[in-house]
Write a protein that binds this ligand. Structure first.
Ligand code: ATP
Ligand code: PRP
Ligand code: MG
Length: 215
């Protein structure tokens, strides 16, 4: 029986920005996840299928070999830890920045020096903890799953650690960025075992993606 390849992707921007890369490798999904409730999407290639999972679950599917490869943001990969994964390529898609932001007018410089604990709301507790530990600032991390921008507005936190792209979400909520933590883009991730056992199927895809990214 021919080997099967399973690619894990999340709906939305990652799926949209991955379509041209898949097309360059001759892979065309049979339907778009936005128009379907299906979680396994066949492609024009009989041995290649897509699975649609939450963005933060992509590394887990690839780590355990339920998917052979996937595409995940560096934010998600840092939080996951990267165990069991190869990260051969930065695809330069879904580009944004991990930032600290506060309500406009909040004296962040003073609050982060005053010796009292800073309350930080975020979906990214590891990234936030590491950032403030490196600065020697004591923090209480408040884990959220979305809409971080609300937290300082209702007194849940002093600041947030979140992704910023255009800055429109911060602006719409009267927040401002005060610190840059990291530039973020999405990477190709490959299951370490599959890289060996499915090399013949995987390698042409990795090479085509690499050429498409350079061009
Ligand atoms: P979920 O909805 O499951 O919580 P998510 O919000 O992380 O997941 P997406 O918004 O599709 O899912 O984000 C996927 C990836 O795209 C993120 O991990 C990040 O790397 C990147 N990303 C997130 N927000 C932006 C943005 N505003 N502009 C560009 N890239 C972004
Ligand atoms: C992301 C992120 C910010 C926003 C920043 O949210 O969590 O809220 O983008 O982008 P901007 O600077 O261009 O406004 P997303 O659009 O993914 O919505 P979500 O809450 O559904 O994750
Ligand atoms: Mg999002």
């Amino acid at each position: 029986m021919p080997q099967q390849l399973t690619i894990a992707l999340s709906k939305g921007r990652i799926f949209e920005e991955t379509l041209p890369l898949l097309a360059a490798a001759g892979i065309v999904p049979s339907e778009a996840p936005e128009n379907s409730r299906k979680l396994i999407i066949p492609t024009n290639h009989p041995n290649i299928r897509l699975v649609i999972v939450r963005a933060s679950d992509v590394p887990t599917y690839v780590q355990y070999g339920a998917a052979d490869l996937g595409i995940a943001g560096k934010d998600v990969l840092i939080e996951h830890g990267g165990e069991g994964l190869c990260q051969p390529l930065d695809l330069n898609i879904a580009q944004c920045r991990m930032m600290v932001a506060v309500q406009k007018g909040f004296d962040y410089a003073h609050a982060s020096q005053a010796g009292k604990r800073l309350r930080v709301a975020t979906k990214y507790p590891s990234i936030a903890a590491e950032h403030f530990a490196a600065k020697g600032v004591h923090v209480d991390i408040i884990k959220l799953y979305g809409s971080m921008e609300l937290a300082p507005l209702v007194g849940l936190s002093d600041c947030i650690v979140d992704l910023v792209s255009t800055g429109n979400t911060l602006k719409a909520n009267n927040l401002e960025a005060v610190e840059h933590i990291a530039n973020i883009s999405s990477r190709l991730i490959v299951n370490k075992a599959a890289l060996k056992t499915k090399y013949a199927l995987l390698n042409p895809i990795v090479e085509t993606f690499a050429r498409a990214v350079q061009s």
